[in-house]
Design a protein around this ligand. Structure first.
Ligand code: HEC
Length: 138
């Protein structure tokens, strides 16, 4: 009788432990998602470039619906994006800039002075990848 009981009890305890840990893990993830109202850091020199060459299309005040929806620097800075989303957007910034896709060519044909210089491009790429790495560690 005693042996039979332990045969049932041990797997039962294991099961409870498993459920408990998966639950606390979920709680932790929720906690992380909620707690990150930590606005992302944008140094003044980076902000100056973004304000001059990006936020015209990527901010609350921007006219374009699609560009605003895909990347909104206001939401980015005021903590409206979750950490996961922020990391993903930072990755996308690096990707778009590495490919020389932003600002869009059509727009640059009209406003050539909005093209990023080599230095500006590098500055934004470095900033985005550094911020991404910091967030991934947290
Ligand atoms: C003239 C408007 C305009 C300007 C200026 C502009 N963008 Fe964009 N951006 C767009 C549009 C439109 C899209 C959506 C492209 C698509 O998906 O077809 C986009 C997409 C993006 C995306 C992709 C987001 C995603 O989730 O896929 C990133 C990142 C981005 N832009 C960054 C920038 C940065 C950084 C700058 C400044 C250097 C910039 N953009 C300047 C119009 C603009």
């Amino acid at each position: 009788m005693k042996i039979r009981n332990t045969k049932i009890i041990i797997p039962f305890i294991l099961l409870i432990t498993l459920i408990f840990f998966s639950f606390t893990k979920e709680l932790n993830e929720d906690y992380i998602a909620i707690s990150v109202i930590v606005p992302i850091e944008i140094p003044a020199e980076v902000k100056a470039v973004l304000d001059n060459k990006c936020t015209g299309c990527h901010s609350n005040d921007a006219k374009g619906g699609k560009s605003k929806m895909k990347m909104n620097f206001d939401k980015f800075t005021n903590g409206e994006y979750s950490t996961g989303k922020t990391i993903s957007k930072l990755g996308k910034i690096t990707k778009q800039l590495d490919k020389g896709k932003m600002p869009p060519k059509k727009y640059l044909d009209k406003y050539p002075d909005k093209k990023l210089t080599e230095e500006e491009n590098q500055l934004l790429v470095n900033w985005a990848s550094e911020q991404g790495a910091i967030l991934k560690k947290e």
